[in-house]
Design a protein around this ligand. Structure first.
Ligand code: RIB
Ligand code: CA
Length: 365
């Protein structure tokens, strides 16, 4: 086991990220969080088919980046479907547009003219050893990038994946997690590409057994609103009518609140309580270097044949298969710290954006 302690307050090592996401409510929180971090450079955001179709992911990403004051970040689309099986989306989890009840403004920007996979390979070749890949979606685009550039594991500074569940029940089938279930063949190709590399080159894998510990609750939304300077309490409560819209004075808080209300209702509908597992935010904090974690090296297998088990991930922590390790699976995290960081970061961003829009607001008259 290896420990990566939470960075000391005040110092955060600069990080340059290539993000691939299927925004997605928790992807949206992850992206907004990264926009709040001055030490994080967003080199490009690519859009994978998953929670919703890739075009909808792109619209969500363009609008969210503009909302968070980062309109310059390139947004590109790669694959429109998994490598070999039809795309299955999940409107019941993230809403028909992937962002719950939120209605993000129509983006001004356009999707980048280049294919996301080409952009990733070009960026990695241009900045060898500098870029970290954060993957919070089915791994289709990353598998295609590895096919185009097999040296990618050596060219990238690091890789963080939200995906899989290890000796822990799935959230899509009894044994499979969503990202690896949507495109199991891509996941299998990605883990195979890292087999045999030195431990510090292996992807850090945030899987359900740790991401479901990052369980957002209504009090976190309330705290976020306070941090953003909202005068009125932001109450998202289980006994309120479903679909109620936020009236928060702060635009970022309003959209986040509308996303999370949908996510709370979804988790309650599936007997998990009025909570929201914000998997991708946790993975983003790992990629940003702001989360204290421990990892265990393992050999990961992704099932691609057995119909009942397709997308299931299994980790061999003890070398029983006699195969080289291909992953560092997160084994410990700190939910309290994670939420203190999220509230502080997103609240601060909301406050800064709120004051910016107030400055730009037309004179009352
Ligand atoms: O299983 C959780 C993962 O699937 C997250 O990335 C969420 O956004 C969904 O894509
Ligand atoms: Ca996701």
């Amino acid at each position: 086991m290896r420990e990566y302690p939470t960075p000391v307050a005040g110092f955060r090592e600069p990080v340059s990220l290539l993000v691939d996401c299927d925004t997605g409510i928790d992807d949206a929180l992850a992206l907004a969080y990264l926009c709040s971090q001055p030490h994080v450079e967003l080199v490009a955001v690519s859009c994978a088919p998953g929670n919703v179709a890739a075009e909808q992911v792109a619209r969500n990403n363009l609008s969210l980046l503009e909302l968070c004051g980062r309109p310059e970040v390139p947004v590109a689309i790669g694959a429109r479907a998994p490598l070999r099986i039809p795309l299955v989306t999940t409107p019941e989890t993230h809403g028909p547009h992937g962002i719950g009840y939120a209605e993000l403004p129509e983006p001004h920007g356009k999707v980048h003219g280049r294919d996301a996979v080409e952009l990733w390979v070009e960026a990695a070749r241009a900045r060898p050893g500098e870029l970290t890949a954060l993957l919070t979606a089915p791994l289709t685009n990353f598998a295609l990038a590895l096919r185009a550039e097999p040296r990618l594991p050596a060219l990238l500074r690091g890789v963080v994946i939200m995906g899989g569940s290890y000796y822990y029940q799935g959230n899509t089938t009894p044994t499979a997690e969503w990202n690896t279930h949507v495109d199991p063949h891509a996941a299998a190709e990605v883990f195979a590409a890292f087999s045999g590399l030195p431990e510090d080159r292996l992807p850090v894998v945030c899987a359900l057994e740790t991401t479901e510990r990052i369980e957002m609750m209504p009090e976190h939304v309330a705290a976020l609103a306070v941090e953003a300077g909202c005068m009125e309490p932001e109450l998202v409560l289980p006994d309120q009518p479903e679909g109620r819209r936020s009236t928060a004075s702060n635009e970022l808080v309003r959209h986040v609140s509308d996303m999370l209300r949908f996510y709370f209702e979804f988790h309650r509908r599936y007997d998990q309580g009025y909570v929201a597992h914000i998997h991708d935010y946790f993975a983003a904090s790992v990629a940003a270097g702001t989360a204290g974690i421990c990892t265990r090296t393992a050999t990961v297998h992704v099932e691609t044949a057995a119909p009942r088990l397709i997308g299931t991930t299994v980790a061999d922590f003890r070398g029983l298969w006699g195969e080289s390790p291909n992953a560092r699976i997160v084994s410990e995290n700190h939910p309290e710290e994670a939420f203190a960081e999220l509230v502080r970061a997103l609240g601060g961003l909301g406050r800064r954006l709120g004051s910016r829009s107030a400055r730009n607001a037309p004179e009352a008259g």
